[in-house]
Design a protein around this ligand. Structure first.
Ligand SMILES: [Zn+2]
Length: 473
């Protein structure tokens, strides 16, 4: 996410990790998702079957899903409810925890390590409505929202919670930052909706078939952290290009041709630059969609980027370059390489912020890039003087507000990465980013993974603000 707001709303929430046995590498989960969407109402019903392997080193008797729409903070006005739950063919009684954002599903029999189980959930949900009046003053971002001409559906279905070395990651959803945290998975999605809106989604469209007044679309997505979808009904058409077979498409509103062309030009350049610096992206498509967000400039999803209409009206402002290249960089560091957005939000936000500056320096203007780095230093210093107890590596729930969060986890972390680059040189620095990317691909990386890549690339010890604590043995 690119954060811009200066809201003071912030919640200090404790992370909740249900202690359990250590995690091990497991096969990716497979989601079969069937959706029926009422576009005008902004509601949906569906079923999903998740086939999933026990990643623990001992038998487990329960599994947890996240129901992000029920978070009154970032998703205010939206909701999702479970209508039926089965493990295999066996109906089970579920329970809700953590402000109804965690679904507990008991397993009828213990599941041994590396054994697979299938959980089928029937669910019904609704987007928040923003139809004619200005939105109420909430912290809702607009990421699960119906407007007169768009239905934005992100994190809208039950998502398997990540299982980490410490156990299930079940953090409360706070009022700032990103909540969506999931493992890379494969998706097979069937979407039924009336014929008017155009779907723009993660993964790629396999086929579409008319069925009475409806159209049934089928999508596939591999190694996806999420399946996200925007339906639009304003007649917009994509502007597209490709980079080494990766399709990049920009979907802006009718008449926004100048901004769409600029976004496409900058997204194409950012994809090529990040590919050269870090490595090829293992996806087929990136769709970039203009939607009415609030409090934020953009949101990263797998193969799908949302950009706020607030900023697409000024496509030649340097901030637009930063926004587009920041969100593009998240396809490498959020989607392909995951990390915990609550416990270590600086990891992907610092990298995406840093790569947006490399983009400015290489593609737009070295002077603008230097000015932006100066701005990082000033805003991080200001935040640190106001909150000396909060390091740039703090978990999300330690930040009192989004301004402090942005100044430290984005600007402060990026400023520290610049310091490391100056210390070890361009060659070692980018070799380390590339190594981190390749070794962490499709997994959930930690700050230690990045530190080890940096130390291996430079043959030196890296410590300081991003990596406090003893040297890696
Ligand atoms: Zn971001």
């Amino acid at each position: 996410m690119a954060r811009l707001a200066s809201s003071s709303l912030g919640l200090a929430l404790l992370a909740l990790l249900v202690a359990s046995a250590s995690a091990s590498a497991a096969a990716e989960a497979h989601y079969v998702l069937s959706l029926d969407v009422d576009y005008d109402a902004g509601t949906y019903e569906g079923t999903l079957t998740v086939t999933w392997e026990n990643p623990a080193s001992e038998p487990i008797q329960e599994v947890f899903f996240r129901l992000y729409p029920n978070a009154a903070t970032l998703y205010a006005g939206a909701s999702v409810e479970i209508l039926d739950a089965r493990v295999g063919d066996t109906p089970v009684d579920t329970a809700l925890y953590v402000d109804d954002t965690v679904l507990w599903v008991p397993l009828p029999q213990p599941l041994s390590p590396a054994q697979t189980a299938s959980v089928t959930l029937a669910f019904r949900g609704r987007a928040s409505l923003r139809l004619d009046a200005p939105p109420p003053v909430t912290h809702e971002y607009g990421i699960l929202t119906k407007t007169p001409y768009a239905l934005v559906l992100t994190s809208f279905y039950p998502l398997l919670a990540p299982y980490l070395a410490e156990g299930w990651a079940l953090d409360p959803v706070g009022g700032i930052g990103d909540a969506l945290f999931s493992e890379a998975s494969s998706y097979e999605v069937t979407l039924r909706v009336d014929r008017r809106p155009t779907p723009i989604a993660s993964g790629f469209l396999v086929d579409a078939a008319q069925d009475g007044d409806a159209v049934v679309y089928r999508f596939l997505a591999d190694h996806a952290r999420d399946f996200s979808l925007v339906l639009v009904s304003d007649g917009r058409v994509p502007h597209g290009t490709s980079v080494d077979g990766l399709s990049v498409r920009v979907w802006f509103g009718p008449g926004h041709t100048t901004a769409a062309n600029r976004a496409l030009e900058q997204a194409r350049a950012a994809v090529a630059l990040d590919r050269d610096l870090i490595g090829p992206l293992p996806y087929d498509e990136i769709d970039i969609v203009e939607v009415p967000l609030q409090h934020i400039g953009g949101v990263e999803l797998t193969g799908l980027i949302l950009l706020s209409e607030t900023y697409t009206v000024t496509p030649y402002d340097p901030f637009f370059d930063i926004l587009v290249s920041h969100e593009v960089a998240h396809e490498w560091f959020y989607a392909a390489v995951g990390n915990d957005p609550v416990e270590a939000p600086w990891l992907d936000e610092g990298l995406a912020t840093y790569l947006s500056n490399v983009f400015l320096a290489e593609i737009v203007s070295p002077t603008a890039a230097a000015a932006e780095r100066d701005r990082w230093a000033r805003s991080a210093a200001l935040a640190s003087s106001a909150h000396p107890e909060i390091p740039v590596t703090a978990p999300l729930y330690d930040f009192p507000d989004s301004t402090t969060y942005s100044a430290l986890a984005y600007s402060g972390a990026a400023y520290e990465l610049e310091g490391i680059r100056r210390l070890i040189g361009d060659e070692a620095f980018f070799a380390a980013l590339s190594s981190y990317y390749r070794t962490s691909l499709f997994s959930i990386a930690t700050p230690l993974d990045l530190r080890q890549s940096l130390e291996a690339a430079c043959g030196c010890a890296i410590d300081g603000a991003l990596f406090p604590g003893p040297e890696v043995p």
